[in-house]
Design a protein around this ligand. Structure first.
Ligand code: PEP
Ligand code: MN
Length: 338
């Protein structure tokens, strides 16, 4: 941390900063320039609060030198992390397409979805049994019964399941059902107690970006999971809020290369919640792969017009089937495989 003092700083004020740093277990490197005095804090600055120093007399500005996250930072771990899901890699050279309905509805719906997903060559299946809905009067998900339906449908085709955990009280049920990938949704990206609990497991986690979260905040949330010992984290960009009303959210394509620079964790993209319309999904999916995403999380429903949730953004099985070779072509163009 670098502490920049005000122009007319007094010796007592400089001493005040040094004393504070010492009391926190750090050393001060005082550099007296012609116009300004700058104090470098030597030691682990992650423990320091910027505000503590900004509040001291004579301090003009405080700048961090190191990133606030550590385990997830590329500067601490150069090689790309590959998360292994029952032998299926996420990260590395192969791009994975995870598809499935927004929510688990019935056994027939999930059986039909699983059949189509396996047929088009996707190797993982998504589906929400617990749904975070804006209105308390909307369908809230089938809950534990939904998990069982999902498991039964997916196991027939050997598809590992990706499903959202909203409440830590259901973590044991997720473990009992052998959920292969826990999704932490947008609205829970900063539910720190939930992040700490999934951090104690070793189950792969898809951490979606908060609706209004900066990349740094998102990586700090990933750090919460990693700090508990679970390094099997996959980041999922799913669109962020903007002033535009023509589509649901704005897919932040720029976040993909930024994340690739900042972190070694795999990055996937959800083109369905980004645009919120089925017709937007192919374009956003292709853009994501071209920009370096390691996979996609796509909503597909056997009959979208009957979907209990997010009907207008779900692809039909035929639309997904048509999209797959197009995605494969982009994948090959960027030197990867699918
Ligand atoms: C979902 O994937 O079904 C979902 C609710 O996503 P998000 O948390 O991105 O809104
Ligand atoms: Mn959805």
């Amino acid at each position: 941390m670098i502490i920049i003092m005000r122009p007319q700083v007094t010796e007592a004020e400089i001493q005040g900063v040094e004393t504070k740093l010492k009391s926190l277990g750090l050393k001060a490197n005082i550099s007296r320039g012609v116009e300004r005095t700058i104090i470098g804090a030597i030691g682990d600055e992650r423990k320091l609060n910027k505000e503590t120093f900004l509040a001291l007399p004579g301090v003009d500005n405080v700048m961090r030198v190191v990133k606030p996250y550590k385990i997830v930072a590329r500067e601490w771990h150069q090689e790309d992390t590959i998360v292994d899901i029952k032998g299926i890699p996420i990260g590395g050279n192969t791009i994975q397409i995870i598809a499935g309905p927004c929510s688990v509805e019935t056994q027939e719906q999930m059986d039909s979805a699983a059949k189509n997903i396996a047929k088009v060559g996707c190797r993982l299946m998504r589906g929400g049994a617990f749904k975070p809905r804006t209105s308390p009067y909307s369908f809230q998900g089938k809950g534990l019964e939904g998990l069982k339906i999902f498991r039964q449908a997916a196991s027939k085709y050997n598809l590992p399941i990706v499903t959202e955990l909203m409440d830590v009280r259901y973590l044991d049920d997720f473990l009992k059902q052998g959920v292969e990938v826990i999704q932490i949704g947008t609205r829970n990206m900063q539910n720190f107690d939930l992040l700490k609990e999934v951090g104690k497991t070793h189950i792969p986690v898809i951490l979606k970006r908060g609706l209004c979260a900066t990349i740094s905040e998102w990586l700090m949330s990933a750090e919460y999971i990693a700090a508990g010992g679970n390094h099997n984290i996959i980041l999922c960009e799913r669109g962020i809020r903007s002033f535009e009303t023509a589509y649901r959210n704005v897919l932040d394509v720029t976040a993909i290369p930024v994340l690739k620079k900042e972190t070694h964790l795999p990055v996937i993209v959800d083109p369905s919640h980004s645009g919120g319309k089925a017709y937007l999904v192919p374009a956003l999916a292709k853009a994501a792969i071209a920009a370096g995403a390691d996979g996609l999380l796509i909503e597909m429903h056997p009959t979208p017009c009957d979907a209990w949730c997010d009907a207008d953004q779900a692809l039909t099985p035929d639309e997904l089937e048509k999209l797959m070779p197009e995605l494969r072509a982009i994948t090959q163009a960027v030197g990867r495989d699918m």
